[in-house]
Design a protein around this ligand. Structure first.
Ligand code: DGI
Ligand code: FE
Ligand code: FE
Length: 209
């Protein structure tokens, strides 16, 4: 159970670690994660909100600080293949755990922070909800994000059984990875193998949840 004191402590700490725009996004992800949780795993909805608050905990740290954390935590970084944007997911899980303890940042939340940017083949339903909430939260106005939000909510309202809802989720995930991969190619940026493997996994694994 997550009590109000814990939740308020997490919120206030995050507010102090992020600039205003990032904290607005963080609150958007927390609410979206709760809403998606109510559709797919109501018993975990509160915990998903907490994970939403934590997902970008190190996002406002500069690259030097990210790299220093990688060294401190023993996270191996290949400098030649360095993609600075991806570092905050790798550092965030451990930073959050050291800050709030293993009781709050348990393995499920740790994994959701770790996988929220690239996704991962075989990722859990909990991980997936944080990944998708990050993409479609209400403050995102980028065209791909709006399209993905509309795709998900247009289709989920016609899904009645749990199986149908999970199929909508799977297809939404494939679309999200397609958007991300197209964008990365267009911008001539490096693609992490986890992003590609996550896309292939959801494309070909029908009963993934
Ligand atoms: O931290 P946020 O901005 O809220 O969102 P995020 O952690 O999902 O990061 C989104 C960015 O990460 C977006 O610009 C796409 C990018 N991204 C996702 N997978 C890859 C990637 N960037 C690169 N270079 N390579 C990837 O494989
Ligand atoms: Fe992020
Ligand atoms: Fe985010």
């Amino acid at each position: 159970m997550i009590d109000n004191i814990t939740m308020n402590f997490v919120k206030e700490t995050l507010k102090s670690l992020q600039d205003e725009k990032r904290f607005t996004h963080t609150e958007g992800v927390a609410e979206e994660a709760y809403n998606l949780g109510m559709i797919f795993i109501p018993s975990e909805a509160e915990k998903l909100r907490l994970a939403g608050y934590l997902h970008d905990v190190t996002k406002c740290f500069n690259v030097d600080r990210q790299l220093a954390l990688c060294e401190e935590y023993g996270i191996g970084i290949n400098l030649e293949n360095l993609t600075p944007k991806l570092l905050h997911a790798r550092t965030g899980c451990e930073f959050a755990r050291q800050l709030f303890g293993k009781e709050i940042v348990d393995d499920e939340i740790y994994s959701a922070i770790m996988n929220h940017t690239t996704g991962k083949a075989g990722m859990s339903l909990f991980d997936t909800i944080i990944y998708l909430a990050d993409y479609i939260e209400i403050n995102r106005t980028f065209e791909d994000c709006v399209n993905l939000r509309n795709y998900f909510y247009d289709n989920i309202k016609n899904a009645t059984t749990a199986e149908e809802k999970k199929e909508v989720l799977r297809k939404t995930l494939v679309l999200s990875f397609n958007y991300t991969l197209k964008d990365l190619v267009k911008e001539d940026r490096r693609i992490d193998s986890d992003t590609v493997e996550a896309r292939n996994y959801f494309l070909t694994t029908k009963n993934c949840f």
